[in-house]
Design a protein around this ligand. Structure first.
Ligand code: ADP
Length: 464
């Protein structure tokens, strides 16, 4: 890329410089010869006016004026009679005088009062006009040797070539530096990306002075962090899941062996051991479900399938599933639910949300094993507030920022040892964000926690 950029920059500048030099080159020559033509015409016209109609008495004045022009402008002036002899002239008569007169005659094409012609070659410019002097026909010839002009033009052209050459060399250097400056950050990004691809997530995409590249670096850093998170997540998940799976499996195996060898004939003990097996199997199922749900939700496999449903009935339905805990483990559920509230959402996904929140309350509530569930209508905001409160250790402000993260699990000891995956609240968050529902937690250390979700309220069930 650097070479390509360099090449483009260099070609571009060379073209621009060459074009400018070419224009200067041609304009310069033309401008100088046009200027010389103007000057010689001005001199010729001035002298013609002075000479025309004068008698030989004015010879001194005419010759003086001709001499002045010869001196100041470097021209040669001749006043020639009709036979071709020079009456008055500046300097010496050139050796090729006859040729000069011949060329003049053919340029002016016969004497006509007042006619003036400019003619010449690249080396000599001539002005001739027909005037009357001393009552006879005369030609006024002004000659301007162009070699002075040509030399100046040539000198200027040499300067232009030198300046153009220097500018081209400079442009090569500058474009090389510029190309390097642009390509360096891109090369850095590419090197960093290669290192990252090899699994080194400690790399940092460096910012650059160009806004676009800086924002590319920023996006890549973000992508890198996300990939790292997902990588760490997978790694941790695998480690923790295999650990978490192994524990209940070991228990199941141990208790099954106990039932076979020891407690098979003792109904009370057998019942107790079988219950442990059932509990551990349930935990395994919950674990596997959580993992499957998390990967399904985060892979975005599941589209939202929204419909209107009776939220009151729905929450009662879920709470019924927790009834067995009242009987088997002494949990107390306090349910305060307003009647006949309808909302619109993906029922199946909301089931996961409520189920996860209530399960967490059960898992993390205090020694009194109380869980408070409420569903309240807020007509002024057309919202239905679902809340589940527990009496556990609560969540500190610092922790609150992380509990919704994938795989976050508090290091705190709770009333009961809880075997979770740290996925539950992340699933809740993804689902509720997809619905655009307000949700959150109010909690303080030692004061229990209240998780809430605001559902939109709709009037009743329309035809499905
Ligand atoms: P887990 O499977 O560990 O319960 P979650 O994603 O459901 O995973 O919860 C993440 C963390 O949030 C938990 O490890 C716990 O520390 C904290 N947490 C969740 N619910 C509660 C609650 N009701 N009371 C206290 N802490 C909670």
């Amino acid at each position: 890329m650097q070479v390509l950029l360099w090449r483009y920059f260099a070609i571009f500048t060379v073209l621009v410089i060459a074009a400018v030099a070419l224009v200067c080159f041609s304009v310069l020559g033309n401008a100088y010869s046009a200027q010389a033509r103007d000057r010689i015409s001005t001199i010729g016209t001035g002298l013609s006016v002075l000479i025309d109609g004068k008698t030989s008495q004015f010879t001194g004045e005419v010759s003086g004026e001709m001499g002045r022009y010869a001196f100041t402008d470097g021209v040669n002036v001749y006043l020639i009679d009709e036979r071709g002899s020079a009456d008055i002239y500046t300097g010496a008569l050139p050796s090729d005088w006859t040729d000069i007169v011949g060329a003049m005659n053919s340029a002016v094409d016969g004497w006509t009062q007042g006619r003036a012609v400019v003619y010449g070659s690249s080396s000599m410019l001539n002005y001739v006009s027909c005037v009357t002097f001393n009552q006879s026909e005369h030609y006024l010839l002004v000659r301007y040797p162009m070699h002075v002009v040509n030399e100046s033009v040539r000198t200027m052209q040499i300067y232009i070539v030198i300046i153009a050459a220097v500018a081209i060399v400079l442009s090569f250097v500058v474009s090389y530096m510029l190309a390097q400056r642009i390509s360096r950050p891109i090369r850095n990004i590419s090197d960093t990306a290669t290192r990252m691809a090899k699994g080194d997530y400690s790399v940092q995409f460096a910012s650059a002075e160009f806004e676009e590249i800086a924002s590319l670096s920023e996006s890549l850093n973000y992508a890198k962090d996300e990939i790292k998170k997902s990588d760490d997540f997978q790694r941790e998940l695998l480690a923790n899941v295999s650990h978490d799976l192994r524990t209940p499996l070991t228990m199941i195996k141990a208790y099954a062996s106990m039932v076979r060898e020891i407690s098979g004939d003792d109904p009370a003990k057998r019942e107790k051991h079988l219950q442990v097996i059932i509990d551990e199997a349930d935990r395994l199922t919950g674990l596997v479900n959580d993992i499957l749900n998390a990967s399904k939700v985060s892979a975005g496999l599941s589209e939202l399938n929204k419909k209107v449903f009776n939220l009151t009935e729905f929450i009662y339905g879920i709470m019924n599933k927790f009834d067995y805990l009242q009987e088997t483990s002494g949990y107390k559920f306090f349910v305060d639910i307003d009647p006949d509230l309808y909302t619109v959402a993906d029922e199946e996904k909301i089931y996961q949300v409520i189920y996860n929140l209530v399960s967490n309350a059960v898992n993390y509530t205090g020694a009194d094993k109380c869980v408070y569930v409420s569903l309240k209508d807020c007509p002024q905001t057309s919202r239905i507030k679902f809340a589940v409160r527990d009496t556990g250790k609560g969540i500190s402000d610092e922790e609150k920022q992380h509990i919704w993260d994938r795989y976050y699990r508090s290091k705190d000891a709770h009333a009961r040892p809880v075997k979770g995956t740290g996925l539950g609240l992340n699933i809740v968050k993804i689902i509720l964000q997809a619905h655009n529902f307000d949700f959150g937690v109010n909690s303080a250390k030692g004061e229990g926690s209240t998780f809430y979700v605001d559902f939109p309220e709709v009037s009743s069930t329309p035809a499905r």
